[in-house]
Design a protein around this ligand. Structure first.
Ligand SMILES: *[C@@H]1O[C@H](CO)[C@@H](O)[C@H](O)[C@H]1NC(C)=O
Length: 285
């Protein structure tokens, strides 16, 4: 086997290894989607890309072991499309989670989330009443809010303790009323009239002490979902970008090695034809 074939084999093996973090990222997103984000369709492209990468790199590895040129060309084409798909996915992930972040609130450690801060395709999708009905019941079933309760030496936490907690976007947006509504703290998911002024925020009327309602109908809950999604997608995007850079480097190496193989093949066959042609004439003499 030629050195360049060895090189292609090594590159394919490394590519195979790269498919693991991509797949892991996709699986992590879907496991997280079940517990908090509840958005289950966005991780599928990532899983498909990860699996394709795995299959194609194994095919490329086999191709380089058996010196199968056809497999190698198939590999180069497939790899080209996978890299293109991954670039498309990274751009898409950034584009849909581009805008919006939590807002700090006076005297609170947690951030609050406003739907006006978000826009674009994903915001419209999440705001769609039909989709939101599914999403909010998924969040309710995930029991994020009921798991939010904390006790301190057997005593439920006080308002001061609650206000100095860091909350996840879902907990902040879906499990409690927005601070500007002026409700008074009873426990994490139970709020009484605060005596203060009740804000003009339309979420104030949507809040309910019914433990099956809470703020699941609030715009702040939708914003919380979008913020949560952004967090986890940004993490996965970092992995994807690193993998993408390595993939491009490996691709260039494999391409150069394949070109080198082809040139050597051409040289050899040129040499062979010259030999066979020159033989008969040599026999005459
Ligand atoms: C708050 O109190 C209500 C009523 O007692 C209870 O149903 C709910 O589980 C409590 N919330 C938490 C997070 O413990």
């Amino acid at each position: 086997m030629r050195a360049s074939n060895h090189l292609i084999g090594v590159v394919n093996f490394l590519t195979f290894l790269l498919s693991i973090p991509i797949l892991a990222g996709g699986i992590w997103l879907s496991s997280k989607a079940n517990s908090t984000d509840c958005i289950k369709f966005l991780q599928w492209p990532l899983i498909v890309i990860g699996v394709s990468l795995m299959v194609v790199s194994l095919a490329g590895f086999a191709g380089s072991c058996y010196r199968n040129t056809f497999l190698m060309y198939l590999y180069m084409w497939a790899m080209f499309f996978i890299i293109a798909a991954l670039i498309g996915f990274v751009v898409f992930a950034y584009a849909v989670t581009d805008k919006g972040s939590g807002r700090p609130v006076l005297n609170r450690a947690y951030l609050e989330y406003n739907l006006e801060d978000y826009s674009g395709w994903l915001e419209r999708k999440v705001s769609d009443p039909g989709y939101w009905a599914k999403l909010s019941s998924c969040i309710r079933d995930s029991r994020v809010c009921s798991k939010m309760g904390r006790t301190f030496h057997g005593v439920p936490e006080t308002s001061d303790m609650f206000f100095s907690r860091k909350l996840s976007p879902i907990e902040s947006g879906c499990c409690k009323p927005p601070t500007d509504c002026g409700y008074g703290y009873v426990n994490e998911t139970l709020w009484g009239p605060g005596g203060g002024l009740v804000g003009t925020n339309s979420d104030c009327a949507r809040w309910s002490n019914d433990q099956r309602q809470l703020c699941y109908g609030c715009d702040s809950c939708k914003a919380g979902v979008l913020a949560s999604l952004k967090h986890s997608w940004r993490k996965v995007s970092v992995i994807n970008i690193v993998v993408l850079i390595l993939l491009v480097i490996f691709y260039v190496i494999a391409y150069a090695a394949l070109r080198n193989n082809k040139r050597m093949d051409n040289d050899e066959s040129y040499g062979e034809t010259r030999m066979t042609k020159s033989h008969p004439t040599a026999m005459h003499f």
